[in-house]
Design a protein around this ligand. Structure first.
Ligand code: FES
Ligand SMILES: [Fe+2]
Length: 389
């Protein structure tokens, strides 16, 4: 993939350089960033249907979710549609340039306005009886409207939506009030700004994988410890295992990974480091999105959809690039999509499904999260705090 150098803003460089120096120091001392103590968690926590319901009610139906990137819907009328925890979403950019989230539900009798996962629409016309909504969700046409009297319907049901650093957040709670910047916090906003998400280009083909309990999948995203073992022959070959940086940013986590070129930090002036050789990077946006990469030439975004049952989830993987995904780049993108799909399906998911199957036999034994797994510890502490009582 060429010698593309995407990091043009000085601010972003400083963030990556500092992470590279911390990774270099961790490699030198033979330790990752560490938690204060070991955390234990009952294995049954992953199998408890009542706990799962609390996670849906108090986390997924409440907190801001990263529902799209700006670059998924760059133009007026661009939309995405998908359902999460039983809520069908329509995320659309209006003629005023603002990204909004609606329930993908017609106000007449509830039909989906579109079943396409993405596209561009001049208007949204319900297939059932042709009620028509504009790109800002306003109801514009009702065949035989007189038959409905004073129906009072003004438009689609909106969900609170806010955008920061090229990422679009929505809450599934129509009454929620939130600021995306406050939800992420200053450090994470600056870190995501450094990725320049807004300037990326989405590859439209995605991969959809069956995964077990959503927290088992989330554990994999937050775990730097497994890369050199489970992925030793694939994505783990370029890394130095278990020397990660972990930044616990409220409920979110930023994980740095040392790569075999980390000694460039010692040997070269920083503007000559090849950051892709030096380090890898994951931003975990609580509760269900992992953004991998971005300091080099590509990003992979994985979104976890919990359910329908406690032992089920779905993982959807998206690829983004700093140049348009056309011609040769489309071939690169497809190769990347297939590689990550294979790695996650054949290595991560197949392994965590074995955990899923073992859970009924683990009722008396806790899981252990070592001092080298502070990202996982943070995830489980956050979930426990949000679902307590
Ligand atoms: S359900 Fe949409 S127009 Fe009837
Ligand atoms: Fe993995």
């Amino acid at each position: 993939m060429g010698s593309l150098e995407p990091i043009s803003n000085a601010h972003g460089r400083e963030i990556f350089y500092e992470l590279a120096r911390r990774l270099h120091a961790n490699v030198a001392r033979n330790l990752p960033d560490q938690a204060d103590a070991v955390l234990t968690l009952p294995a049954t926590n992953y199998l408890d249907a009542a706990q799962f319901e609390r996670e849906i009610e108090r986390i997924f139906l409440k907190v801001p979710l990263l529902v799209a990137l700006d670059c998924d819907i760059p133009n007026a009328g661009d939309f995405l549609s998908y359902a999460i925890v039983g809520r069908p979403l329509l995320i659309v950019r209006g003629d005023d340039g603002v990204a909004r989230t609606f329930l993908n539900v017609c106000r007449h009798r509830g039909a989906a306005l579109t079943t396409a996962p993405c596209g561009n629409a001049r208007a949204f016309v319900c297939p059932y009886h042709s009620w028509t909504y504009d790109r800002q969700g306003a109801l514009k046409g009702v065949p035989d409207e007189a038959a409905f009297g004073a129906h009072g319907v003004e438009g689609l049901l909106p969900l609170p939506t806010d955008t920061v650093a090229g990422a679009i957040f929505a809450s599934l709670d129509p009454a929620a009030h939130f600021s995306a910047a406050d939800w992420l916090g200053e450090t994470l906003v600056r870190s995501l700004e450094a990725l320049r998400l807004k300037e990326m280009h989405a590859y439209r083909r995605t991969s959809t994988l069956a995964s077990p309990n959503w927290k088992l999948a989330a554990d994999g995203y937050l775990d730097g410890y497994h890369i050199g073992f489970l992925h030793r022959n694939t994505i783990g070959t370029k890394g130095i295992n278990n020397r990660n940086t972990y930044d616990l940013l409220g409920p979110h986590v930023r994980i740095g990974f040392a790569n075999k070129g980390i000694n460039q930090v010692d040997e070269l002036p920083e503007d000559q480091w090849n950051l892709g050789d030096v380090m890898s990077l994951v931003h975990y946006i609580f509760p269900n999105v992992s953004i991998s990469g971005g300091h080099k030439d590509t990003i992979q975004l994985s979104r976890l959809f919990p359910g329908p049952g406690v032992t089920e989830s779905t993982t959807v993987q998206h690829q983004y690039f700093y140049e348009p995904v056309e011609g040769e780049m489309a071939k690169v993108a497809e190769a990347k999509r297939i590689t990550y799909e294979q790695v996650v399906r054949d290595e991560d998911c197949s392994t965590i499904f074995t955990i899923n199957e073992a859970l009924p036999a683990m009722t008396q034994v806790p899981f252990l999260f070592g001092r080298n797994e502070p990202g996982n510890q943070s995830l489980h502490r956050t979930i426990a705090a949000m679902t307590a009582g």
